[in-house]
Design a protein around this ligand. Structure first.
Ligand code: PBG
Length: 430
């Protein structure tokens, strides 16, 4: 069942559910457009205009089976069939001021006045096919809840993970990205566990590809889960993050992931030149078909807090400001875009998502490449927390935030809501 999801029967249903829930369009209102609700006219055969309600005046055209010519003749003779009267103008509340109407040539509300019209003019759509589901994995057998991310778990790579992937595929989410919680004993200053062919990530990729050959697996390329310093690169004794030496490690990591069967490797480290170097390393090993999704504009953001708790990957000292971008910067995202395009990135990613919609739009307007947005852990947790506290409607805010990321210019969205949102789009509750 699960494996058939992407082959359209599931997705056809998704489109309909989408419209109904998120435009408020019900089947009945669509029908009403064609057949005014009060008209007691037969819908069965075209050309049979028949008033079924008793009406003395038009006796002659009441019987069934008149030809078109007879109908026309009746109308020409002044015997137009009865139709419901124009309804009276709805009353305004007592006390409503009486004003002359504003002389407006354009009233944008006209195009919003019914669910069917709103559906017709909707500019952006949202589908489970747009989602990439980030999943945390660990060596354990159990699934461990992540305190700061209600609803998210460190999944046991052999059981919980496989079940979660099956659930996602059932509602049309066939893309995932893996984030490993690495045992402290395997962490080191140079993060060598990152390219252990039998490490947690490559092992998990092989298991998933064995079960679900058509699953699209994205991987994270960065040293932080493997670094005893909690940094994305190798840290020199004076605290400097070493660029080119780190890139060397990242290339080995990406090749190891590709060897295990990864479809898209995603450098999230923000070292200079890593996209080109990884492309060359993949190609040299025969992985020309493996894509690179570059974290092009990744900001040094406090919205990553819950994620670092999930992986226990907080930097042991300092911050990530010498490699991740300054949240105050806009033009700099174009510098990164030009580099990543030139170096051969297949997808450009902006992170975080919602607070950085202007950056998503900037990349969308300046590159023909697909754009990804990462709705990060802090964004997820804020919506969850607001929902739990009953301050906001969690489901509606979730769906709106995802739609806004699409409107901003994202083709795909990495979101911890992928499963929950896809279920909503499919008309499934829980
Ligand atoms: C690290 C990485 C981070 C995230 C994805 N990859 C954290 C960081 O840069 O410190 C954050 C994702 C999230 O917050 O959801 N390479």
């Amino acid at each position: 069942m699960a494996s058939g999801v992407l082959n359209s029967p599931g997705l056809a249903g998704v489109g309909v559910a989408d419209l109904q829930r998120y435009v408020g369009l019900k089947h009945s209102s669509g029908v009403a457009l064609c057949f005014p609700r009060n008209a007691k006219a037969s819908r069965l055969r075209r050309g049979l205009i028949v008033s079924i309600a008793g009406d003395k005046q038009n006796e002659s055209i009441k019987k069934l089976g008149l030809s078109d010519a007879e109908c026309e003749a009746a109308v020409v003779a002044g015997n137009a069939p009865e139709a419901p009267p124009v309804p009276p103008k709805p009353a305004a509340p007592v006390g409503t001021p009486v004003v002359s109407s504003l002389p407006l040539s354009r009233r944008p509300r006209r195009n919003r006045r019914s669910p069917a019209l709103r559906a017709a003019f909707q500019e952006t759509s949202l589908s489970p096919a747009n989602f990439v589901y980030p999943l945390f994995i660990h060596e354990g057998e159990e699934d461990t809840p992540i305190g700061a991310m209600p609803g998210c778990y460190r999944l046991g790579w052999r059981h919980g993970l496989v079940e979660e992937v099956a659930k996602a595929r059932d509602v049309g989410v066939n893309s995932i990205v893996l984030f490993p919680k690495v045992p402290d004993g395997l962490k080191s200053p140079t993060g060598d566990e990152a390219y252990n062919d039998n490490g947690l990530v490559p092992r998990t990729i092989r298991l998933l590809k064995d079960r679900y050959p058509d699953l699209v697996i994205y991987t994270d390329v960065a040293l932080d889960p493997y670094s005893s310093d909690g940094h994305d690169g190798i840290v020199r004794e004076d605290g400097v993050i070493m660029n080119d030496e780190t890139v060397h490690q990242l290339c080995k990591q990406a090749v190891s992931q590709a060897r295990a069967g990864a479809d898209v490797v995603s450098p999230s480290d923000m070292m200079d030149g890593r996209v080109g170097a990884i492309r060359a390393a993949l190609d040299a090993e025969g992985f020309q078909h493996v894509s690179i999704m570059s974290y092009t504009a990744k900001y040094a953001s406090s919205f990553y807090g819950p994620f670092r708790e999930a992986l226990d990957s907080n930097p042991r000292f300092g911050d990530k400001k010498t490699y991740q971008m300054n949240p105050a910067n806009y033009r700099e995202a174009l510098v990164e875009t030009r580099e990543d395009e030139a170096e051969g990135a297949d997808i450009l990613l902006v992170k975080p998502g919602l607070p950085y919609l202007d950056i998503i739009r900037l990349l969308r307007d300046n590159s023909p490449l697909p754009i990804a947005a990462y709705q990060v852990s802090g964004e997820y947790s804020m919506i969850k927390a607001g929902g739990v506290l009953k301050m906001i409607d969690e489901e509606r805010v979730m769906m709106e935030s995802l739609m806004c990321l699409r409107r901003g210019g994202a083709d795909i969205i990495l979101t911890y809501f992928a499963l929950q949102a896809a279920r909503v789009l499919c008309g499934e509750k829980r």
